[in-house]
Design a protein around this ligand. Structure first.
Ligand SMILES: *Cc1c(COP(=O)(O)O)cnc(C)c1O
Length: 382
């Protein structure tokens, strides 16, 4: 079966009633026949049938061994970091998601140290690996300048240096419709399912998928011990969202591609300075994107010739269809000003080093008609 068919057919109807939609098992506990004798479920923190169906679904989507669903993307990232111990080191992509950066800062208190490098050059990763390095943390594409790192090459050379190193990929910005890190050599893939997987801006959720049984057992223990699980209802919303993943991401990526080329055409005549989109041949990691991704993704960023916060604010408050909001991956197109929104708390120097200029604007594409979106962005720029 092809992926799209498998995704839909995998969600079985309820064996008890034939209900075609997954039942929401809104229960905290389960009746047992005798102490410890039950139908595989004893308490919802440990196991819940609705959550289990979602976990099986993402395992298939990411070609993994097993998965775990958490109450947010960050709760799942936190669980992965709990695999480490005091004194261990992490090598991470330098423009890592702000929330992950904040969490790593918290773990510094527990003597878990992070080294941040530009992972678009694989040799940068190798040069900082030490005997203490336990995790390589990749995000590709990154937010908001869409840098692409070569998952296959980094996994290969890191493991050559030390076979015990775990490669983790935060696949939120791509989604499984665009790339499958476990097939490229990664050990763990995490998602903020809040974005493309749930896809309708109505739920917060996090997912971990692993390649091997021992990692699953360790993470299952951590999840049960710490309790940051996804609720039955939010599991159901995520299952519902996932069913249209391939359709949405294809359309969203097509919209982004068309608008990126429209901005490129307009560039000479308008206020636009730089355009960041992996689908443009001018993007510095374009060739890795061509090799690694099925689509170029549904995020486009651009900066203005007049590089000020004020000029960006004028644009982001002038669109009518693109709604001004943080987050991404929903059906509605969004516009965001990283310098004053998502990256407001990033120190100025780090923000500028990551290429996040004062005027940088990020577009997250929804599923609207592209002509309407082009018209909207065109009027906002004039
Ligand atoms: C949003 C996001 C997260 C955090 O997910 P939450 O569901 O908001 O906790 C992690 N990584 C990336 C790349 C994200 O975009």
């Amino acid at each position: 079966m092809k992926e799209e068919t498998k995704l839909i057919q995998k969600i079985l109807s309820d064996p008890l009633t034939g209900a075609i939609s997954t039942p929401i098992y809104q229960t905290s506990t389960y009746v047992q026949d005798a102490p410890g004798i039950h139908k595989g479920f004893d308490y919802t923190r440990t196991n819940n049938p609705t959550r289990k169906i979602l976990e099986h679904l993402i395992t298939d989507l990411e070609y993994g061994y097993a998965s775990l669903a958490f109450s947010s993307g960050l709760a799942s990232i936190d669980a992965v970091l709990k695999l480490l111990k005091c004194g261990d080191e992490i090598v991470a992509v330098d423009d890592i998601y702000g929330g992950t950066f904040r969490l790593l800062k918290l773990y510094k208190k527990l003597e878990l140290h992070s080294k941040f490098v530009d992972t678009t050059f694989s040799e940068n990763v190798i040069s900082v690996i030490s005997h203490k390095t336990k995790l390589i943390w990749l995000e590709t594409p990154t937010n908001p300048t869409l840098k692409i790192s070569d998952i296959k090459e980094i996994s290969k050379i890191s493991k050559k240096k030390n076979p015990n190193i775990l490669v983790v990929v935060d696949n939120t910005f791509a989604s499984p419709a665009i790339q499958n890190p476990l097939n490229l050599g990664a050990d763990i893939v995490i998602h903020s399912a809040t974005k493309y997987l749930s896809g309708h801006s109505d739920v917060l959720a996090g997912l971990i998928t692993v390649k091997k049984p021992d990692l699953y057992e360790k993470l299952k223990y951590i999840q049960n011990a710490t309790g940051g699980i996804l609720s039955p209802f939010d599991s159901w919303l995520t299952i519902r969202g996932c069913q249209t993943l391939y359709l949405r991401v294809k359309k969203q990526s097509e919209n982004a591609f068309r608008v990126a080329y429209f901005l490129l055409e307009k560039k000479k005549k308008t206020c636009i300075d730089k355009i960041y989109y992996p689908g443009l041949s001018s993007h510095k990691n374009h060739s890795v994107a061509v090799k690694q991704q099925r689509y170029f993704g549904a995020i486009v960023s651009f900066s203005l010739k007049n590089d000020t916060i004020e000029s960006a604010k004028k644009v982001v408050t002038s669109t009518k269809l693109f709604k001004l909001a943080e987050s991404l991956g929903g059906t509605k197109s969004l516009i965001c000003h990283p310098a004053t929104m998502t990256h407001k708390s990033t120190p100025l120097e780090i923000r500028k080093n990551a290429g996040i200029q004062d005027s940088l604007i990020r577009l997250s594409f929804g599923i609207e008609n592209v002509e309407d979106l082009i018209e909207d962005i065109d009027q906002a720029l004039t």
